[in-house]
Design a protein around this ligand. Structure first.
Ligand code: ATP
Ligand code: MG
Length: 400
């Protein structure tokens, strides 16, 4: 059987457009790839100006590909056989890279970047095609082949590839600064978090828990969601905020219809404090215009009013169906729909205000000392590191 693949060739994504920042992006991508693949110690990484090569060095090609295809900043990847730039070696490797047990049509697409190689690309195409035609039943189909055999002749050797696997797109995580994503147990916030990561933003999550009104199981569900998306950035830090005292004070001092709005304002104040501590430049949420009472533009005005830190809402214009599609694709949907309570679902008022007035929010807030309660939440937040494979979490003591 064929397939003696020994390399993975990686084509950069959008970062190829970013002239000056290119080196930063390539460096970040290489770092992220190494982190994502740290359980494969034999791999050798070679990041060049327009491509990155991973020498498999005996590691399992499929397992490595599965992980690489999740890393942001890659448009596509291919399993490759690297051989000496010698026509006989190239022909042999092409034969070995293909499975001739079923009939297929093919096309050879050669590219010669090493101009000292004695044959031009068209000659390479013909020589490889002749070899295949001579030894197999396969036929050439230039317009619509079943298999496209790519032969790239570089200075350091020739790469032979037959499949192009789609990459995750986006930018390497870390290139776009840092944001605090508010992660609830719902469908939306994990999708919003994923989309932020995809644009290269490093994410730390904040979850507001209201024990004993919310259970340990509900909190574990949120950590599981964090684990499911952590693979897109390597590891993820989750800040679990004890929210109960603040929430109870809101209910004591404000009209029920304003409870959700006030809760959101407090969430933003806490997130702003944590963002400052953690040197993050933005806050991200899973809100979408009109989805629920608290997600009107008037509500967003009242919520944004308490902070100057930008609040990014990646799902703002999306329909629920579109959001669910992404949730399924990234594998969070099934966990999100597990029926567990969230702090917002427990304290949901019967008639939440859809057009909250900022002055009214401020009036309710003047009735109690929310500043010290917010500070308590920031100070008492617990930090948990989550990684894609490790099941148990580790508590982080001295982060700040
Ligand atoms: P989701 O599916 O993300 O829970 P949702 O449609 O249920 O969203 P809301 O419950 O109104 O919407 O919450 C809006 C946003 O506020 C969430 O997407 C999330 O970013 C944030 N949020 C809500 N509850 C919490 C919580 N307990 N901890 C952290 N963030 C929260
Ligand atoms: Mg929710």
């Amino acid at each position: 059987m064929a397939y003696r693949y020994n390399h993975i060739l990686i084509r950069y994504g959008e970062l190829s457009l970013k002239g000056k920042n290119r080196n930063t992006f390539i460096k970040q991508l290489k770092k992220n790839m190494k982190a994502a693949l740290k359980t494969f110690p034999s791999l050798v990484f070679d990041a060049q100006h327009d491509r990155m090569y991973i020498y498999l060095n005996g590691e399992d090609a499929k397992q490595v590909c599965d992980i690489v295809s999740k890393v942001f900043g890659i448009s596509s990847l291919s399993l490759a056989i690297k051989v000496e730039s010698d026509m006989e070696e190239i022909k042999k490797a092409c034969m070995e890279s293909l499975d001739f047990s079923t009939f297929k049509t093919f096309k050879v697409a050669a590219r010669r970047s090493d101009k000292t190689f004695p044959y031009i690309s068209d000659q390479i195409n013909r020589m490889v095609a002749t070899e295949i035609l001579k030894n197999t039943e396969w036929k050439v189909n230039v317009k619509n082949p079943d298999v496209k055999i790519i032969v790239e002749v570089h200075h350091d050797g020739t790469y032979i590839m037959t499949d192009r696997i789609e990459g995750a797109g986006g930018f390497p995580v870390g290139c776009g600064g840092k944001a605090m994503a508010l992660l609830s147990g719902g469908i939306d916030s994990p999708v919003a978090t994923y989309l932020m990561m995809k644009r290269g933003v490093h994410i730390e999550c904040i979850h507001y828990a209201s024990p004993p009104y919310t259970s340990q199981a509900a909190q574990d569900k949120v950590l599981e969601l964090a684990r499911l998306i952590s693979g897109y950035q390597g590891e993820i830090l989750v800040h679990v905020v004890p929210f109960t005292n603040l929430q109870l004070e809101i209910y004591k001092h404000a009209d029920e219809s304003y409870a959700i709005t006030l809760m959101r304002r407090m969430m933003m104040r806490i997130a702003t404090g944590l963002a400052e501590k953690r040197h993050a430049q933005a806050i991200a949420t899973g809100e979408s215009v009109g989805q629920v009472a608290s997600q009107t533009l008037e509500s967003m005005q009242a919520i944004n009013n308490v902070t100057t830190t930008p609040i990014i809402r990646p799902l703002v214009t999306m329909d629920k169906v579109e959001i669910i599609d992404i949730a399924r694709k990234i594998g969070t949907f099934e966990t999100s729909i597990l029926p567990l309570e969230d702090c917002c679902t427990i304290f949901t008022p019967k008639n939440p205000v859809t057009k909250p007035k900022i002055e009214k929010c401020q009036r309710y807030e003047s009735r109690f000392d929310w500043e010290s309660l917010v500070q308590e939440c920031i100070d008492n937040a617990q930090q948990v590191w989550i990684s894609p494979v490790k099941q148990e979490e580790t508590l982080e003591e001295d982060l700040f």
